[in-house]
Design a protein around this ligand. Structure first.
Ligand SMILES: Cc1ncc(COP(=O)(O)O)c(C=O)c1O
Length: 460
């Protein structure tokens, strides 16, 4: 359906009035919404349009999630058809779309996995923590293996446990104290190596830090290590190539499960179907969300290796089954939509396109290094970060206000970019995560807009 750019001031005013009087918004300050609002009314490809009739190139794919782009009306048909057939039944029984989707996901993982369905990335990670703990109760009855090792500056979700597993101080501060079941290690953020070292002479100090932590905590207390292959929220930190496989070796050495968060990285984003496939690892637990349905409907999943699944298999009297249920898990309409979304990713070769267009965009963005305040440009596929600094030698981050002005300049010029939420002090990276269907001409527009923003604002 073509996008309508006809302004509709009456609709806009009605929505704003209704919203401000009734909605409690996530993460944005309501006082700011009173002076500036965006009433989004439509989307097509990489473009969204608002009630003012203004179009925006969405270089963040919503919240890092609309992988196949906006406006795929065939997904509405798929959902409607499924709802006519069977709108819902609990996933303690079986249904056709969820079974087919699990088989598809298993195939994409290379085989040997079972899928537990939930509704959001947070729930997918949370179920992963619980599955890891229950697995350890079954497999190590003499141990008390309950801890999850996560990394500083990571983000794994918004529930108490997933927030705790993450390491974004700013996001956690208002909810502390946490349980203490989540232990943190140094992030593989080479541009700002927490050990002050450089790759490769660092000898992967960040992996040694994980082993030291396992030993310090006591391996018999640790259930799992959670990692996002490429850390998105901190400003797209791409680790050294051997990092993930070395973490996998460590987990194997101490009988600890490797839990990979593919919530943003998955479904083609980084130029492979799953980012861990760049690194030749086979994780025990994989959390997927966002790109699994390109956010056409909410659905997510915790995918477990069969060696984990086997631990939950037995006579009902043994009480080994997964000990939780959620009402909407395996929702037939969401599963049918996710399945068609993945078929679109496959038939339109969107994983290869993410690799190709991502390399093109990264190349264009690297040209921005001619601006002295661009300290680093990095990324994989269509997941890119542009880190801004006051001084390339000291790497002092630009002020939060300067990054805010950059984001606003781009939006005022019709391009939506993101910024890192990297915890205390590191919110200084512009993030790009566009739909995988983005064209080269649209990439040029992103680069040109950032270029003009850097010239006009010279932030810092
Ligand atoms: C890496 C990562 N994991 C988990 C989540 C949580 O997903 P959700 O917001 O769907 O709960 C997010 C959300 O942005 C994320 O970026």
């Amino acid at each position: 359906m073509p996008l309508s750019n006809t302004p509709d001031p009456a609709l806009r005013d009605a929505v704003v009035r209704q919203d401000l009087g009734n909605v409690l918004h996530p993460i944005v300050q309501h006082r700011a919404l009173e002076t500036r609002q965006m009433v989004v009314t439509g989307g097509d490809g990489s473009t969204i349009v608002d009630a003012d009739g203004t179009s925006y190139l969405d270089a963040m794919a919503g919240l890092w999630c609309v992988n196949i782009g906006y406006g795929r009306t065939e997904l509405a048909e798929v959902a409607a058809e499924q709802m006519r057939q069977l709108s819902y039944f609990p996933h303690t029984a079986m249904n056709l779309p969820a079974a087919a989707l699990a088989e598809k996901v298993n195939g994409l993982m290379g085989g040997g996995y079972h899928t537990y369905f939930v509704n959001s990335g947070s729930e997918a990670n949370e179920a992963g923590f619980k599955i890891a703990r229950q697995y350890m109760k079954h497999e190590y009855p003499d141990h008390y293996r309950f801890k999850t090792i996560g990394r500083y500056f990571a983000y794994h979700g918004t529930t108490l446990a997933t927030l705790d597993a993450g390491g974004m101080g700013e996001r956690k501060a208002k909810f502390e104290p946490f349980s203490g079941d989540f232990v943190h290690v140094a992030q593989p953020y080479c541009y700002r190596c927490p050990f002050g070292l450089s790759y490769p002479s660092c000898g992967l100090a960040c992996v040694k830090n994980i082993e030291n932590t396992i030993l310090g905590e006591g391996p018999e207390t640790v259930a799992e290590v959670i990692v996002e292959p490429i850390m998105s929220g901190v400003g797209v930190a791409v680790p050294p190539d051997e990092y993930l496989s070395e973490v996998e070796v460590l987990c194997g050495k101490y009988g600890i499960l490797l839990h990979v968060d593919e919530v943003i990285n998955g479904f083609g984003r980084t130029g492979k179907m799953f980012a861990h496939q760049h690194y030749g690892v086979s994780p025990d637990i994989v959390a997927v969300a966002k790109g699994i349905s390109s956010a056409y409907l909410p659905i997510a999943a915790t995918v477990v290796k069969n060696s984990v699944f086997d631990s939950f298999y037995g006579d009902p009297a043994e009480n080994r089954q997964v000990f939780q249920v959620n009402t909407y898990g395996g929702h037939p309409a969401a599963a049918a939509v996710a399945l068609r979304n993945i078929e679109i990713i496959e038939t339109e070769r969107l994983v290869d396109r993410a690799a190709e267009t991502g390399a093109y965009l990264l190349d264009g963005v690297r040209g921005l290094m001619r601006h002295a305040i661009v300290g680093d440009v990095r990324g994989k596929g269509l997941l890119i970060g542009v880190e801004l600094v006051k001084d390339r030698t000291t790497k002092e981050p630009v002020d939060a206000a300067a990054i805010g002005r950059m984001v606003d300049f781009c939006r005022d010029n019709g391009v939506i970019v993101g910024r890192s939420g990297g915890g205390r002090g590191y919110g200084n990276t512009i993030t790009l995560c566009p739909p995988l269907v983005i064209t080269r001409a649209e990439c040029d527009r992103i680069v040109d807009t950032l270029d003009r923003a850097l010239t006009a604002l010279n932030p810092g």
